[in-house]
Design a protein around this ligand. Sequence first.
Ligand code: HEC
Length: 108
Amino acid sequence: MRRHVERAALATALTLFPTFAARAADPERGLEVAERWCDSCHVIHQRDPGWHSGNVAPRFSMLTKVSPEAFKTLMRGGHGGIDAIKTLPEADYEDMLAHIARLKPEEQ
Ligand code: HEC
């Protein structure tokens, strides 16, 4: 009975706080998400040789200090004028953060 209650409590906690559920962020997957949604404006790789004038936004390697909270708030706010970005699942944000975190910080 007690175990039962504990299980129910855990299930509730995981529903209310899905980020507590054990899931390792996947930087490779994050890169794929970024290729789809961010690549048109941002340089998403380290010193990307494919830099082009359409990259109007800061390189991802300049964004390594952006906090996860600020990042998610920015995305949820509908960044870049692309509606789909604000409805991406939390896991997509976390995977993109993992990709950004593995870049060597660059100033410009
Ligand atoms: C239509 C162009 C465009 C797209 C697409 C775009 N961005 Fe941006 N992004 C910008 C511009 C321009 C800036 C710099 C000005 C600003 O902060 O809004 C920026 C800034 C940022 C910043 C820094 C904000 C800060 O507070 O310093 C982050 C983080 C970011 N983008 C992440 C992303 C991610 C992740 C994606 C893809 C899911 C994305 N962007 C897609 C144009 C874009």
